[in-house]
Design a protein around this ligand. Structure first.
Ligand code: SF4
Length: 426
């Protein structure tokens, strides 16, 4: 592994500046040759093998960022990477919005954002706040009065770009309201709405233009002594997004909110997000994230946790390991896996369940899981913590797995309650 570096993530596609609508060119748009990306956290030879050699430490050391709060959720400074989503209801429709936020809360969403395009939406915020529990972010563009109304209504964070609200006095008012109400601000730069002078200067919505825009907004807040800021830099393609976050990570200490904007449908958007966010997270970049999908927002939360779980950055809920099945399969792995995922979706405890089709790889994988099953001739073999616990009829596999996982989850909950209270009799 000598000479290892994260450069292996930076194939040529990330060394060049993408031109919207054209694609990638071999030279950057400024004509200065390929962009030299920094090598992040490159270990010295003295530090021993690279982190990637150890699957339990795949993610590089997390980038050091300052910590801010979105009410009681810490963002940055080594806090767990917070999962966000955004409602797709009309915010003025309080019933629909509250109902969706409650579904998001139940799915594990930790911060939720709602669009505030007009006064009707701003007027609904206080009631939405009153009836929901997770921190609420008001997404506002251009109209500083809506930001003031949102702050007054008690939201926990404003997503607003100070450079877009047209005037120093207005920025002063929004910053003062944020300070008064103790709320944070997310600067959200989107490749699709960059300032014209930056588009001209950089020859399009390049990663550098996105970063430059973010820095301008940051400077406007810092000038007013405001530092409770997090930053997102979103483009709809992985290459520009990854490069923009890498560049910004070198320039500021603020927490970064990751996302690939308008990434697509449940399937294509999940893949694009997993690739883009996975690259950044594996390099230690990212303090909170949203997976943007043209789908039910609850799917965004599920996919976000799957990404974080796959990098061992968060542990939440059941992790189902299932074989793809082949000509040796003895049980209906596909159906069983879907049913088990659904039936165990209420479990928060981090439990790995293996569903394996036959006795070839089945027992090995099932043994590694907390609870596993491997299809066999006529019956299936069940494992718990590496030990065989019995044979079950095919028709009883689901019932047995669900029962064992629920029992294990209850034991885990009991132990953590005991640890939290310090009470041995809980
Ligand atoms: Fe095929 Fe068995 Fe492997 Fe599943 S565990 S893919 S059924 S060999």
């Amino acid at each position: 592994m000598e000479g290892w570096s994260t450069q292996h993530f930076t194939d040529r596609v990330f060394l060049d500046t993408p031109v919207p609508g054209v694609g990638l060119l071999p030279q950057n748009s400024l004509g200065g040759g390929p962009i030299q990306l920094p090598v992040l956290n490159q270990p010295s030879a003295a530090e021993g093998p690279a982190p990637c050699a150890d699957p339990t430490q795949f993610v590089l050391a997390r980038r050091k960022s300052i910590q801010i709060r979105v009410r009681d959720v810490k963002v940055g400074g080594g806090a767990p990477i917070a999962v966000q989503s955004m409602c797709n209801t009309y915010t003025h429709d309080v019933e629909a919005t509250v109902s969706q936020i409650k579904r998001l809360e139940a799915a594990g969403c930790e911060i939720v954002r709602v669009a505030v395009p007009d006064e009707r939406a701003a007027n609904a915020l206080a009631e939405i706040k009153r009836r929901t529990h997770i921190p609420l972010v008001a997404d506002i563009h251009f109209d500083y009065r809506l930001a003031l109304m949102a702050a007054e209504a008690g939201v926990d964070c404003l997503r607003i770009n100070p450079g877009n609200i047209n005037g120093e006095d207005r920025v002063n008012e929004v910053v003062a309201a944020s300070k008064d109400h103790g709320i944070s601000i997310r600067i959200g730069v989107n490749a699709g709405s960059l300032e014209k002078n930056l588009l001209d200067r950089f020859g399009g919505a390049t990663s550098q233009a996105i970063v430059e825009s973010g820095l301008r907004h940051v400077a406007m807040l810092e000038k007013r002594g405001f530092y409770e800021t997090k930053i997102s830099l979103k483009a709809s393609d992985v290459a520009r997004t990854v490069l923009a976050y890498r560049l910004m990570a070198q320039k500021v200490d603020y927490p970064l909110h990751l996302g690939i904007t308008e990434s697509g449908s449940l399937r294509s958007g999940s893949v694009k997000s997993a690739v883009g966010l996975g690259i950044l997270l594996s390099e230690g970049i990212g303090d909170t994230l949203r997976v943007s999908l043209a789908s039910d927002p609850v799917d965004e939360v599920d996919v976000a946790f799957e990404i974080l779980k796959s990098l061992q950055l968060r542990q939440k809920g059941v992790n189902v390991v299932a074989c793809p099945s082949c000509g040796r399969v003895q049980i209906d792995v596909d159906k069983l896996t879907l049913e088990i995922e659904k039936e165990l979706s209420h479990i928060d405890a981090p439990i790995t369940v293996a569903v394996m089709g036959c006795e070839v790889n089945g027992p090995g994988e099932a043994r590694e899981a907390d609870i596993g099953v491997a299809g066999g001739h006529k019956r299936a073999l069940m494992f718990m913590k590496g030990e065989k616990i019995g044979l079950v009829e095919y028709a009883d596999i689901k019932k047995n797995l669900v029962r064992e996982v629920e029992t294990m989850a209850a034991k885990i909950a009991k132990v953590s309650a005991r640890e939290m209270t310090g009470d041995g009799d809980v």
